[in-house]
Design a protein around this ligand. Structure first.
Ligand code: DC
Length: 235
């Protein structure tokens, strides 16, 4: 039987990481882990419980009460994010959470708490994980690392269309400012800032369709799995 690898996907927001990661995992028969959803779940908990982020002791105590898991939803054929027993998939995408998540994800205690869980999840391999620090901090030994980029105007346009479909009114200028702000925080925070790991393969998807991206990354994954199995025979 073929041994499984781990795939780490990092990149800026609105570059299509999660949707590619989800499809890649499904094609490989692997488990997809959206680490952004985990940071969003902690943010939701903090908002719901009035946790003051500047109070480190309060943050640490609150983290003890947080349990995040992913459950396969057979009916919708998607994986749901579950926070303390409740499906929070829509709540974690709300404007309130989106507005605060960058700040929460910059708190070192929050990162330590989630990184530990992400590493435990990936121990058995067969995981496609997407985020900002997967190839650099969470899974530095992942057999395949991808770093996604898209040119700025294309990201703005894609995000603008996404929001319009959801009925959220925002001008292109506002969307651009929001993306710029998120990029700044993602790349400048002291704890695990976003950067490309030396051994990550750069995928610029500006001119690629979703099908192109899947075909390309699936080929890379299959080649990596083959090499991994040649080099590390079964015990
Ligand atoms: O990918 P996303 O937009 O759902 O991520 C939400 C936020 O979480 C975003 O501000 C970046 C942060 N994040 C992070 O700091 N580290 C990760 N591994 C994943 C997300």
């Amino acid at each position: 039987m073929s041994r499984k690898i781990n795939v780490a996907i990092d990149g800026y927001s609105s570059t299509g990481k999660s949707s590619l990661a989800r499809k890649l995992a499904s094609q490989l028969g692997y488990v997809f882990i959206d680490t952004g959803a985990m940071y969003r779940s902690v943010t939701l908990y903090f908002l719901q419980n009035g946790v003051d982020y500047d109070n480190v002791e309060r943050v640490k105590a609150s983290l003890q009460n947080i349990e995040i898991s992913f459950e396969w939803n057979e009916e919708e054929q998607v994986s749901n994010t579950v926070l303390n027993g409740k499906n929070v998939d829509s709540l974690i995408r709300s404007a309130a959470v989106s507005g605060e998540v960058s700040e929460v994800s910059a708190i070192p205690e929050v990162r330590e708490f989630l990184v530990r869980q992400q590493q435990e999840i990936a121990m058995g391999r067969g995981i496609v994980m997407d985020g900002r620090d997967i190839g650099t901090v969470v899974l530095p030994d992942a057999e395949l690392k991808l770093f996604m980029t898209t040119d700025f105007d294309t990201r703005v346009e894609r995000r603008f269309q996404e929001l319009s479909i959801k009925g959220i009114e925002m001008s292109r200028e506002e969307v651009a400012k929001n993306i710029e702000h998120r990029d700044y925080i993602d790349t400048h925070r002291a704890a695990s800032p976003l950067y490309r790991a030396d051994d990550a393969i750069l995928i610029d998807n500006t001119k690629l369709t979703e099908e192109d991206q899947l075909r390309l990354t699936l080929n890379l994954a299959r080649r990596t799995i083959e090499k991994f199995n040649e080099n590390t025979p079964q015990e």
